[in-house]
Design a protein around this ligand. Structure first.
Ligand code: ARG
Length: 462
């Protein structure tokens, strides 16, 4: 038997390999809900515009509802021979309602159908990601407020640089997640136009109402160019690019968790819930979830790269190449959801070792910049000169095997006689972070203000 949907001019059935390379049902079955919703909107519009009878429109709608419940109940049998979700649904519709099913495809092609379905699917996926990111942000802001005054070493080049507060560090990721959400929101706004009615590529001669089906599906308007409507997948690329950047942000935090939880640094303790043991070394607590979030960024970036390469150089309009847009995107979006959920769980359970953090914050002459600032402000020295003097003071302390705040005043005065004991006020890590009260700085007071600002923002629109 040749294909029921398009086999009119074919004499024999496809080779099994042809079927295998051609079929997309194994992955586009994820689009069943959107496919049925779009078909219902299309059929209703065809009925309203009297292109098909009201009775047929009603039969089609009922049949589609039945199919939806069959799929959700797991009783629907998906067939590879029917290639994709569109033809699986339509073929079942014919079994259920007979010849009226054949009227559903009036003024429509699989080309505008798949573009519509996938826009709807991506839109739903973006909404789920946005909610998950808001939950992640809240977990971070809560932990940040708990640790507004917990001092830890801040790093540049992964070398101890200056003391920062743990809360401030966590809030950095809240800001990144906010921009990630902004990128998803931008992609969503741009993708939210309806390709339905573009038909195969040129539009249709039937007097359809594209605005009506667009509105029914929550699109802001029908797309203005039929070729563009069926031929572009920039909406997938934009979404994948937002996914890739989000995944990179998560991977950086995951890497920090790996470093912080290593016994080398011992800055945080991961909960049992997000650690695993070793089958040979009984003492081990491995940060597997963090490592996997770090790694999964590779898959997500890979999906973006793969689709960029698929789309490059494709002439207008629809080309079958574009069927390759789905597997990677579906995988990337579910991988990202899982990564966000895992990071949220780890953040909630993360226990900083406050004493160890404080100790590490003071190691490596982390308050040397505070000393240079003090010399600049108190002795009115140019900062470069103060920097040089501080370098000499650090060298002196290092030679004596002392921390900066343990170097005796007399020893400091050998380097710069005008130094007074007031200098000790700026050499502690607590005073260091407290003094960085400039907007955006690490001071505990700022962390509290910012964490509370985030609670309010997340309450209003998350
Ligand atoms: N499964 C196809 C895809 O995902 C649907 C569109 C097929 N269109 C066609 N003209 N063969 O791209």
């Amino acid at each position: 038997m040749t294909n029921k949907m398009w086999g009119g001019r074919f004499g024999s059935q496809p080779d099994p390999i042809m079927e295998e390379i051609n079929a997309s049902i194994d992955f586009d079955r994820h689009l069943y809900r959107q496919d049925i919703a779009a078909s219902k909107a299309h059929a209703a519009m065809l009925g309203q515009t009297a292109i098909i009878s009201a009775q047929d429109a009603k039969r089609i709608a009922h049949g589609l509802d039945t199919i939806l419940s069959e799929i959700e109940a797991g009783t629907f049998s998906f067939k590879r021979a029917l290639e994709d979700i569109h033809m699986n649904v339509e073929s079942r519709l014919a079994e259920l309602i007979g010849p009226a099913a054949g009227r559903l495809h009036t003024a429509r092609s699989r080309n505008d159908q798949v573009a519509t379905d996938f826009r709807l699917w991506v839109r739903d996926a973006i909404d789920r990601i946005d909610t998950a990111l808001a939950v992640y942000q809240r977990a971070l802001a809560e932990k940040a407020l708990d640790h507004a005054a917990t001092v830890m070493p801040g790093f540049t080049h992964l070398q101890t640089a200056q003391p920062v507060t743990f809360g401030h560090h966590l809030l950095a990721y809240v800001e990144m997640a906010a921009r990630d959400r902004g990128r998803f929101a931008d992609a969503r706004a741009r993708l939210n136009e309806s390709p339905l009615g573009a038909a195969a590529l040129a539009g249709t001669s039937f007097p359809i109402d594209r605005a009506m089906s667009a509105k029914a599906l929550g699109f802001t308007r029908p797309m203005a160019n039929s070729l563009d409507a069926v031929a572009d997948r920039d909406f997938v690329l934009e979404t994948l690019s937002a996914c890739a950047i989000t995944a990179l942000h998560l991977s950086r935090f995951a890497e920090e968790i790996v470093i912080w939880s290593s016994p080398f640094s011992g800055l945080v303790r991961l909960s049992d819930k997000f650690s695993t043991g070793s089958s040979i070394m009984p003492q081990k607590r491995n940060p597997d979830a963090a490592e996997l979030v770090r790694a999964k960024a590779g898959r997500i970036v890979g999906a973006l790269t793969a689709l960029l390469v698929v789309m490059k150089g494709l002439p207008l309009a629809y080309q079958k190449d574009m069927q390759e847009d789905k597997e990677g995107a579906i995988d990337a979006l579910s991988t990202l959801s899982l990564s966000i959920a895992a990071m949220t769980g780890m953040v909630r359970d993360l226990e900083p070792d406050v004493a160890r953090m404080r100790q590490a914050a003071g190691e490596g002459y982390a308050t040397a910049t505070d000393l240079a600032d003090w010399l600049t402000q108190t002795l009115k020295l140019p900062f470069r000169e103060a920097h040089h003097l501080t370098g000499r003071l650090v060298a002196k302390a290092a030679a004596a095997g002392l921390a900066l705040d343990k170097l005796p005043l007399a020893a400091m005065q050998e380097v710069e006689p005008r130094i007074t004991k007031a200098v000790f006020g700026v050499l502690s890590v607590e005073n260091s972070v407290k003094s960085r009260a400039v907007f955006g700085g690490t001071a505990p007071k700022n962390v509290r203000t910012q964490a509370k600002r985030w609670f309010k923002r997340l309450q209003n629109k998350a």
